[in-house]
Design a protein around this ligand. Structure first.
Ligand SMILES: C[S@@+](CC[C@H](N)C(=O)[O-])C[C@H]1O[C@@H](n2cnc3c(N)ncnc32)[C@H](O)[C@@H]1O
Length: 207
């Protein structure tokens, strides 16, 4: 666990409401649209890496998904989500972990990551994420990664990030993920600034 990073994120969640952060989406529409094309069974094992206070989980619960894991480096982020969901959140497993050294210990059918992987600017942490992901997917599983695009912002939450085009993201995971659909989106922050994102839906190609 990178404790400096954890301290940063605990500070963010202690001092800001979800509606005030640049990544706020009342509804994570692009993630939902891409997920809906998959028609996953309700028993599918789903993980959201760097879930924060994202409302993706609300959609998953409303659809009746039964096996949901939310991972975040910030304890406060997960506590806020757990408190907000109340008894509705009972099917959820919450895990505090650093994506740069997280080991899943089980396999998933759908792995979602919006704006977390792009914080891994360190080669070792990034390589760890890729290798762990390759070990954490059921045959035929899907992965949805969203990062700042090649012409997106250079920083997020005051931290350096890596920007990716669809081709760059695809190349990075090409050893085990096949692209299904990549799109570039425009996100407007609560302060009305524009952020371009790359969304790539992949399918696991197990040998
Ligand atoms: C920009 S926010 C995006 C939150 C959420 N995915 C969304 O779309 O609303 C990034 C999230 O990733 C978490 N995070 C940042 N670095 C992380 C890391 N190394 N491991 C796990 N979570 C991390 C932060 O605490 C934060 O909740």
């Amino acid at each position: 666990m990178n404790t400096n990073l954890q301290t940063h994120w605990e500070g963010v969640y202690a001092s800001k409401n979800f509606e005030e952060v640049s990544w706020f989406q009342p509804v994570p529409a692009t993630s939902i649209e891409l997920l809906e094309t998959l028609n996953l069974p309700r028993q599918a094992a789903i993980l959201d890496m760097g879930a924060g206070e994202s409302r993706l989980v609300d959609y998953l619960l409303a659809q009746g998904y039964e096996d949901i894991t939310l991972v975040d480096i910030s304890v406060a982020a997960l506590q806020k989500t757990s408190a907000r969901l109340g008894h509705k959140g009972q099917p959820i497993q919450y895990m505090t972990a650093d994506a740069g050294n997280f080991v899943a210990h089980r396999k998933y059918d759908f792995w979602h990551d919006r704006a977390t992987f792009h914080f891994l600017t360190d080669t070792t942490a990034r390589q760890h994420y890729i290798e762990n992901l390759a070990q954490s997917l059921h045959p035929g599983a899907y992965v949805l990664l969203a990062t700042f695009a090649e012409d997106g912002p250079r920083k997020c939450s005051g931290l350096d990030i890596c920007r990716y085009s669809a081709d760059e993201l695809t190349a990075l995971f090409s050893a085990f993920l096949r692209p299904v659909k990549c799109i570039k989106t425009e996100h407007f922050t609560p302060f009305d600034t524009l952020q371009r994102f790359t969304f790539c839906l992949f399918q696991y190609q197990n040998q």
